[in-house]
Ligand binder design. Structure first.
Ligand code: GUN
Ligand code: ZN
Length: 430
């Protein structure tokens, strides 16, 4: 017997990128909507009054009126191993890595520690309405098993893969070119395509990989064309200068990855603050994607991401928290900072486009838009139930909002985990 449910609420999702002018043809909104879920997949969506009379007798009706249902949020770049150093004071990227990130990551050779943090992290994602993430673990095999096991237990769609780093970092978080290949391959064969999980080849960034290691990653990438590739790119000026010295033959930072066959569909590059037009053209024509990390870029003093030129160049872009460089796992908080970053650059970010970047746009960036990102029939029913209450000033402001655009924007500016009433993974409340 199939499991059928219908959720009645205000419902909002994107059909495409609404752009800087909030193109209404890319959005679907039901003031009194019904989302029908059968065996974990979307089976229908529309106005409640039109759909209710035709519902089968055995369907469970869940009344969420007064709340807003949106697709589950997708975090395109986050480090689960950095939850204990979020909000650490005073450094820019390279010093921050040495002072905070590497010492914290060292502890993940301990499987028990890795499991405890992975369970906390995945619970926290779900509590914040995030149903899918592309996750950096650490260099340790234990950390990869921990994050995939935690996601699997919760039936989450999640991507991860062992960090590869064989130079310019402490011994305790260092591997080598050979084990980068053999251990990645073993983990990939163990986890890729298991349930809702996928593997991502994860060289940390070109600073911490030798050419031999990058070549090993390129070999794996060629052998497994359907896995993701996940790394950092052009985040910080000092980092970009180091890359130019380390790879004097390269035209640009992106060119280093390209040289080793790592720029392609399903490659996701976090940050991308310091690109030129040639880089953008190459990213667009290769089908690779950018993870836009506004809270991290502000917190680490890295710079302001240019969303307009990325999108005008035709590059896929998804939103990301980048915790622990980022300051919140909550995608509403992240959308709010994205708005402010773009505002500083005289670019617009309507609420609905912010939602796009955290749902369908992110799914497109990860090449998962055939499965998640909106409520098209047949997609996996991952969704979040948002409430218009939360903090006192949020409740007060939202009560004054006159339409969905105003409500959504104020919810993004003011909202936090108090505004997440429930998260559903394949239709099941978690
Ligand atoms: N570049 C290389 N490693 C990291 C990391 O852990 N965080 C951020 N924000 N950038 C990086
Ligand atoms: Zn990062």
């Amino acid at each position: 017997m199939s499991d059928k449910k219908a959720f009645r609420a205000e419902i909002l999702h994107c059909l495409g990128d609404p752009g800087e002018h909030a193109d209404a043809t890319q959005v679907e909104y039901f003031a009194d909507g019904l989302l029908i879920v059968e065996d974990g997949h979307v089976a229908g969506l529309g106005d409640a009054e039109a759909l209710l009379p035709g519902l089968a007798d055995d369907i469970e009706l869940i009344d969420q009126r007064g709340n807003l249902i949106c697709p589950g949020f997708i975090d395109c770049h986050v480090h689960f191993s950095q939850v204990d150093i979020i909000a650490s004071y005073g450094e820019q990227l390279l010093d921050w890595l040495n002072r905070y990130a590497y010492p914290a990551e060292q502890r993940f050779s301990d499987a028990q520690h890795a499991d405890e943090v992975a369970n906390f992290f995945t619970d926290e994602l779900l509590r914040n309405g995030t149903t899918t993430a592309l996750v950096f673990p650490t260099v340790h095999e234990e950390s990869v098993d921990a994050i995939f096991s935690a996601a699997s237990k919760r039936n989450m769609r999640l991507l991860s893969g062992k960090i590869l780093m064989d130079q310019h970092c402490p011994e305790a978080v260092r591997d080598d070119a050979e084990s980068a290949y053999s251990v990645s391959r073993r983990l990939l064969e163990k986890w890729h395509g298991k349930g809702r999980l996928g593997y991502a080849l994860t060289p940390r960034f070109a600073v911490t990989s030798s050419e031999a290691q990058l070549a090993a990653v390129g070999k794996l990438a060629a052998e497994f064309p359907d896995v993701h590739i996940h790394t950092h790119l052009a985040e910080n000026h000092e980092e970009v200068d180091l890359i130019a010295k380390q790879f004097p033959w390269s035209r640009s930072y992106l060119d280093v990855y390209d040289h080793f066959g790592l720029v392609r569909e399903r490659s996701v590059f976090a940050h991308c603050l310091h690109l030129d037009d040639k880089d953008r053209e190459r990213m667009a024509n290769s089908g690779s994607a950018i993870a836009f990390c506004p809270t991290s870029n502000l917190f680490l003093g890295s710079g302001l991401f240019n969303l307009r030129s990325a999108r005008e160049s035709g590059i896929r872009v998804g939103l990301a928290t980048d915790v622990g460089g980022g300051t919140s796992l909550n995608m509403l908080r992240t959308m709010s900072e994205a708005y402010k970053v773009l505002h500083l650059e005289s670019q617009s970010l309507p609420g609905i486009r912010a939602l796009y970047l955290a749902t369908l746009g992110a799914a497109e960036a990860l090449y998962m838009d055939d499965k998640i990102g909106n409520f098209a029939t047949g997609k996996e029913a991952d969704f979040v139930v948002l409430n218009y209450a939360g903090a006192q000033i949020t409740t007060r402001r939202l009560a004054k909002a006159e339409d969905i655009a105003e409500k959504l924007f104020a919810l993004i500016m003011l909202g936090d985990d108090r505004n997440i009433s429930a998260t559903h993974v394949m239709g099941q409340k978690v």
